[in-house]
Write a protein that binds this ligand. Structure first.
Ligand code: FAD
Ligand code: N01
Length: 554
């Protein structure tokens, strides 16, 4: 493990001047906010091209998602061999994964290994949260302030703050009165949490809950699950990776990765070209059964029109509903666990033991009525006029996705305009990379980019490489500011909405649309036009000398 820096220590700032002396702000070419996979690679890339760059991270370690989400059962659902960086061949060949879908601890070790291997630690300020970032138009730089009192003056500011990093902690009445322990899956403690002999209440049945509930149920005396919307869950079919399989994939990385780049989401799973309605029902069921047994999110790629055609989608819905009935012994519980909405309109969850967990005598399902959770009381909660008692409460209530981490920073652009104001009716970005009125402010996997609809690792790499090339272009051509033109941004947002409106995801009550956070504008945030066309557009924009952007020489 490399040397970790002392929180708040920034090279260049003097720390022996006495308590009254204000250290000079640190001047940088680029300040990177966040040290998850996006921030780590951005830092490595910029340092490699001669820029003075630094990453600032709120957590006490790197890894982002995999640093914060330590709940029992946390693991990724893109296969390990493809949920990793591609930019360095030696790294790709050296790192050994142990399972088809690696667990949180292993992914975190990988992130730390990357920070060690590329000696990134000295340029990362840990335990440091960026509180504000204001554009200084006279100097053409960002003035960035942190909660530790550090200040940075940076030519560019790069938000690597994550799409799923701002925990959504609903404002339940009485929450502060709860007498027991409260955990949020996305802010899980670093110490092992012992649930043995405990009565545990879990609110939420999304992907985090799907992974956590079976694990908690193995230990706890009783688990009471409060479900607002039932979830579709397909098996992961996780297993250890054997050395021969791993070696074979590594030997074929170039061709496999090139093939993945041609798929909609950059996954190593192709989407079938046939319509689900073009085959007899039996054949469709057999195909789905094979995908089910294989495991993985490729289940919904079995036919091309599950995302677009309601009748086709119903075939996949019915298949999973039948699986729920076959798995869950109590018909009433099976019925309550059965989702009624379009499959895939909310993020599909992966889990091997979720439905079966409800066969355990110590797991109870409580579907919430329209009034939802009534209030939290010291010994549990009330819902639908009933009181439920438990010792510990797990909030598996997800994230203020895509915009939440940015909204929690006071970002002021040209003329002091707040990003919160500019995005009042929903986020507006050109290519998900930059926003009009906020020069030299980049976002990795921002709203308007494929981001959460894709395999995030290659998607992050694509954005990092685009941004690094852009900064080099600005440096080489003596350009001091870059900012998207309003008309280019508007056209991109409109195009994003148009593409999304043709899919079954558009009218669904999902976090993609901000529907999970009360008061959040309903806008479909990620770009759903697919990675190949998106990457082509980004490449064309760069090749044309940044068409759609205003470049100011200086
Ligand atoms: P993050 O990992 O979220 O890192 C952002 C960092 O920015 C965080 O460390 C945060 O502390 C920091 N930060 C934010 N605001 C500030 C601030 N103001 N000041 C300082 N620091 C700040 N994607 C997949 O493709 N496949 C998967 O299988 C998958 N599984 C997932 C499982 C879970 C439980 C979750 C929550 C997400 C999953 N994702 C998955 C999405 C995952 O977020 C991405 O794959 C990837 O890890 C994102 O990396 P990132 O660096 O962009 O963001
Ligand atoms: O969050 P979620 P998550 N009262 O928003 C419920 C990734 N991820 O942390 O559906 C009562 O999906 C909410 O109900 P509803 C992945 O991208 C991946 O589970 O809004 N209930 C829902 O059931 C995923 O999509 C993995 O009606 C409330 C749950 O809480 C994303 O992260 C694992 C409520 C939240 O589900 C987020 O997943 C984990 C309220 N007030 C996460 N508010 C992998 O396996 C919310 N809920 C890769």
């Amino acid at each position: 493990m490399g040397a970790r820096n002392t929180p708040g220590l920034v090279p260049g700032a003097s720390h022996d001047e006495g308590v009254d002396a204000m250290p000079e702000p640190t001047r940088l070419d680029a300040l990177i906010v966040g040290a998850g996979f996006a921030g780590l690679y951005m830092l490595h890339k910029l340092r490699g091209t001669g820029f003075a760059a630094r990453a600032v991270e709120a957590g006490s370690g790197v890894g982002g998602t995999w640093y914060w989400n330590r709940y029992p059962g946390a693991r990724c659902d893109v296969e390990s061999m493809f949920y990793c960086y591609q930019f360095d061949d030696a790294l790709s060949q050296d790192w050994e994964w142990t399972e088809r879908y690696p667990a949180q601890a292993e992914i975190l070790r990988y992130a730390e290994h990357v920070a060690d291997r590329f000696e990134l630690w000295p340029d990362i300020s840990l335990n440091t949260r960026v509180a504000s970032a204001a554009w200084d138009g006279d100097e053409a730089l960002w003035r960035v302030a942190t909660d530790t009192g550090e200040e940075f003056l940076a030519r560019s500011c790069i938000m690597a703050t994550g799409c799923l990093s701002a925990a959504n902690r609903p404002d339940f009445a009485g929450l502060d009165d709860f007498a027991g322990r409260v955990f949020h899956t996305g802010r899980w403690p670093h110490e092992t949490v012992d649930f043995s002999g405990r009565l545990v209440g879990v609110i939420g049945t999304g992907s985090s809950a799907v992974q956590a509930i079976p694990e908690i149920a193995r230990e706890a005396a009783r688990v009471t699950v409060f479900q607002r919307t039932a979830s579709y869950v397909v098996p992961a079919n996780n297993r250890p990776l054997d050395a021969a399989e791993q070696a074979d994939i590594k030997a074929r990385y170039p061709e496999l990765r090139a093939a993945a780049r041609k798929t909609f989401g950059g996954f190593a799973v192709a989407i079938a070209q046939q319509s689900a309605l073009a085959v007899p029902e039996d054949e469709c069921r057999e195909t789905l059964a094979r995908a089910w047994d294989h495991g993985g999110i490729g289940f919904l790629n079995s036919y091309r029109d599950f995302g677009f055609d309601e009748a086709a989608n119903r075939r996949a819905q019915d298949f999973v509903r039948q699986k729920i009935r076959e798995t869950v012994r109590d018909p009433e519980t099976a019925e309550k666990l059965t989702p009624r909405h379009v499959i895939g309109c909310k993020r599909l969850s992966l889990g091997d033991d979720y439905y079966a967990a409800f066969n355990r005598p110590n797991v109870e399902l409580v579907p919430l009525g329209e009034d939802g959770i009534g209030r939290i009381v010291p010994g549990g909660l009330t819902a639908g006029g009933e009181e439920y008692r438990f010792d510990d409460l797990v909030l598996a209530t997800g994230f203020d996705a895509m915009t939440g981490a940015l909204a929690r920073i006071d970002i002021r652009g040209r003329g002091g305009r707040a990003l919160a104001e500019a995005w009042r009716a929903g986020p507006r970005m050109y290519l998900g990379l930059m926003s009009n009125g906020f020069p030299n402010l980049f976002t990795i996997t921002g709203p308007g980019s494929p981001s959460v609809l894709s395999n995030m690792m290659p998607t992050i790499e694509h954005h990092v490489e685009w941004i690094a090339a852009c900064l080099e272009y600005l440096r080489d051509n003596r350009i001091r500011e870059i900012e998207p033109r309003l008309e280019a941004q508007d056209a991109w947002v409109e195009h994003g909405n148009e593409v999304a409106s043709k899919t079954l995801r558009y009218n669904c009550s999902s976090w993609y649309l901000g529907a999970n956070v009360p008061g959040k504008p309903r806008v479909f945030m990620p770009y759903i036009g697919g990675m190949p066309s998106y990457m082509k557009k980004c490449a064309a924009v760069a090749a044309s000398g940044y068409e759609g952007f205003e470049l100011t020489p200086g």
